[in-house]
Write a protein that binds this ligand. Structure first.
Ligand SMILES: [Fe+2]
Length: 225
């Protein structure tokens, strides 16, 4: 696994991803996870309000989006300077989401929409502490491939070669989610596994219109005394 610094940027731009240890301290990952779980509630019924059947999933996960959860938005915004340093690009945030996968969950091989041009998958914690690899293809998708994204969800990489990254709480993989297919091929061995996915676009790049995920923003602040 790569450490922080110049080699991260070179690796990220050469192979479309880079693994980084302790993007946030494991203690922060653990407390972020606890705070988020408490906000979702303690009962199954309360947590099941966040059920998601997103397309690449084989079974429902729990998803909490930054649109509804300011802590997820703030972490995304706060990690922007780090991500700019790691990618060597000037970025703006798009959106982030927290996800808990159930036991046996997989994330089928897919590529992402334009708001995920520069992305981070950050591991927060799991019930059992068992490593669950993130997989990413070695082939950069062509423009023709991108046009077929909606049909591109597959159980594996087919004949394409791929790499895997193992992460502990606080560790992350930075990846170019639009141009490199990725997923988690093996069933989650933990009773649950929690992650946050953070997304940015190049503020000078082809997807710059996706800043803030094209959401309507509030007007300028005003204060009165
Ligand atoms: Fe993705």
């Amino acid at each position: 696994m790569t450490n922080k610094g110049q080699d991260v940027t070179e690796t990220y731009n050469a192979q479309g991803y880079a693994a980084v240890r302790q993007v946030i301290p494991p203690e922060v990952a653990a407390v972020f996870l606890s705070i988020t779980q408490k906000a979702m509630g303690d009962t199954r019924e309360s947590q099941a309000r966040f059920n998601s059947a997103a397309q690449p999933l084989n079974k429902p996960a729990y998803d909490v989006y930054s649109y509804d959860y300011p802590a997820a938005m703030t972490l995304l915004w706060g990690l922007t300077p780090f991500m700019e340093g790691a990618t060597g690009k000037a970025l703006l945030p798009t959106y982030s989401f927290f996800r808990v996968y159930p036991k046996g969950g997989v994330c089928k091989v897919h590529s992402d929409r334009p708001s995920c041009e520069h992305s981070m998958s950050l591991t927060l914690g799991s019930s059992d502490g068992l490593i669950w690899p993130f997989a990413i293809g070695r082939r950069r998708l062509t423009d023709d491939d991108l046009g077929d994204r909606a049909r591109g969800i597959e159980p594996d990489f087919g004949k394409d070669e791929y790499s895997t990254v193992n992460m502990k709480p606080g560790d992350a993989v930075l990846y170019q989610g639009v141009h490199y297919r990725h997923g988690r091929l093996d069933p989650n061995p933990n009773r649950w596994s929690a992650h946050i996915f953070l997304h940015w676009i190049d503020r000078n790049g082809p997807y710059k219109d996706h800043a803030f995920d094209k959401r309507a923003l509030p007007g300028a602040a005003e204060f009165r005394f």
